[in-house]
Design a protein around this ligand. Sequence first.
Ligand SMILES: NC(=O)c1ccc[n+]([C@@H]2O[C@H](COP(=O)([O-])OP(=O)(O)OC[C@H]3O[C@@H](n4cnc5c(N)ncnc54)[C@H](O)[C@@H]3O)[C@@H](O)[C@H]2O)c1
Length: 249
Amino acid sequence: MLARLNGKTCLITGGGNGIGRASAHLFAIEGAEIIAADYNVEAAEQVVAAIKQAGGTALAAKVDVGDEASVDAMVAAGIDAFGKIDVLLNSAGGGSTRDGPVTELALDEFWRTIRVDLFGTLLCCRKLIPEMVRQGGGSIINISSLRAVIGTHGADAYTASKGGVLAMTRAIAMQWAKHNVRANVMAPGVVLTERVAAMIKEDNPLYQKSLLGPSQPEDVAALALYLASDESRKVTGAVLRLDSGASIY
Ligand SMILES: NC(=O)c1ccc[n+]([C@@H]2O[C@H](COP(=O)([O-])OP(=O)(O)OC[C@H]3O[C@@H](n4cnc5c(N)ncnc54)[C@H](O)[C@@H]3O)[C@@H](O)[C@H]2O)c1
């Protein structure tokens, strides 16, 4: 059977940990060439070493997605190595315990979150869209959150940034469909990556609303694989909730 991503090159930001790491491994198993880009380049290098050991093809890159020159260098390194980039998965980012209700959150945390999660996603899309147009198409996969879909409490900077990611993805989908560039956004609920497992306890309302229990990074990677592959060739502008039923609770 043909692997689902044979012939595709996939750039994954935040590829050193969590959802990005799980996606890098799964995409590589499905035949993709991987660029695992992360601020934590040692983590990205470990992912790349494991992929290579399993017979796959991968490259690690250091990037700060909130810095334009750094994003430019990451994309240049990827194109230099593989000649093209077919799939962009923007997984760099995440909230922190310094977030909170608008009346209480640390204001510098607001700007940190906006810079990485929203502006970083914008910069990567901005750089990759012209490349994808040139090569006749591509798939952009952004990550929003359940928090942008339903009302939640306690992480308002993060919620605002993920609302921006959701709306921006829809706008990208509208404007570049004619060039066969697809853009979709995943809205996960609680995903037990190492970072989130340390932050969210079982008494958290979002955790308790997860009707099927919290997700694992591999659950999100499976959805990302669908969006990266040609199986989703008619899917664009979609907001795909992967929240264990929390949004219908
Ligand atoms: N885990 C969840 O419950 C959950 C739920 C909804 C959405 N998300 C979103 O999914 C994405 C991945 O989350 P995760 O839980 O896998 O996080 P994670 O912390 O496990 O991995 C994120 C990676 O991003 C990297 N990173 C952080 N800032 C960066 C920057 N400026 N430039 C480049 N890399 C940077 C980190 O080094 C890390 O390796 C995030 O956007 C997060 O907001 C996560």
